[in-house]
Write a protein that binds this ligand. Sequence first.
Ligand code: MN
Ligand code: MN
Length: 461
Amino acid sequence: MATTKKKGKKEELEFKRESGWIRIDNKTKRDIFAFSESYKKFINHCKIEREVVEYIKTEAVKSGFKNIKEARKLKKGDKVFYEVNSKSIYLAVIGEPKLKVVISHVDSPRLDLKPFPIIEDALSGLSLLKTHYYGGIKKYQWVNIPLAIHGVIITKKGKISVSLGDEDDDKTFVISDLLPHLAQKQMEKTGKEIIEGENLSIIFGNMPIKDKGVKANILKILNEEYKIKEENFVSAELEVVPAFKAKDVGLDKSMIGAYGHDDRSCSFALLSAILKANNSKETAVALFVDKEEIGSEGNTSAQSAHFINFIELINEKAKWNKRTNELLTSGEAISADVTSAFDPIYQDVFDKHNASYLSRGVSIEKYNGSGGKYYGNDANAEFLFKIIDLANKNKIIWQSGEIGKIDIGGGGTVAVFLSKLGFEVVDAGIPVLGMHSPYEVISKLDLYSAYQLYKVFLNGK
Ligand code: MN
Ligand code: MN
């Protein structure tokens, strides 16, 4: 459809619904592709929250961030970090006592190992690893795909980092599904039951020791090659994640397929933004939190008192002499979490007038929640306008939408937790196709526009 010459308000909005790819110049396109290459390296390297936090800390230290607990006093321009149990990390660039916060999460849906994961089926001669899924997954998506195991095992001698089964390893792991030839009964089940949680068990070995069995051999290998005993699994944190590498998607390479875009695409955009923060009028803060996918519970989550402690440490060491509540209630925040992208195959679940689309830019969303906005954040109109105005002034490609049709479902983000503390908060994130699946898809353009928005927001531009 042709656009009319006279641009009234309606045409203006229609314009925003055009693909971002035809609204950018060649230089921006090159920048987007270069940014996406760094992102792919990051996402290949960071399969679990601990690896994301380690990566962020390394990059932050390289850029001059120091551990706030070791700083005696802080002045404008100082850069600090605060780490919680290797699973969440906060960064800040000190300016005036006015908080500008962007928060993303670093955990993704996955399968965790159970405390006693190793079992043996004597009849089949197979050793299996039992799992307990974490977050909202469609269980049937996790069978018969290559899987990797990442995490930590704590022993008396210290912490052992585990990273096994990825594409560049010579071994991998897999959960077996039933062959279609014998699946007549299984195929009659509902999607929820077709693969049961207790059946998400990973094939781990098949070579027995004579008279001792296959588990004995697995334990022997674990002991000899990795110095791990069976009891070490009880306290370990081992996560089963897809083994795939990130790749460009589409013949035009406009998209990226990877495990964990939710919410590591926003985390990467945010990290890139805070590393470039230079704002003396305000204090730029980037929060990378854990446990969002299971409701933000626990001391590594967005609801943790560690965040308040971090703000109090800044207040104290920068000699701001402000009350904590004054700092929180005068703060502004963006909740940087992914949103659903309109899927042409499943159009029915979206309100097409209020959906977010791939390649139309970062999606700035007023509210979320489900069943009538329950448990959601609903940004105040004045603040939402301010963020949209900021995007427009800086020529950032953005769109707006909501997750899907009202009565069908919904979802929330960590925005609610900051808004409860008094912050003005709005959601702004990257649209994802196939969210929570082992291989999610995003647009390179949306990834870059999210980075641009977080950067101008943190810089107070
Ligand atoms: Mn998320
Ligand atoms: Mn999620």
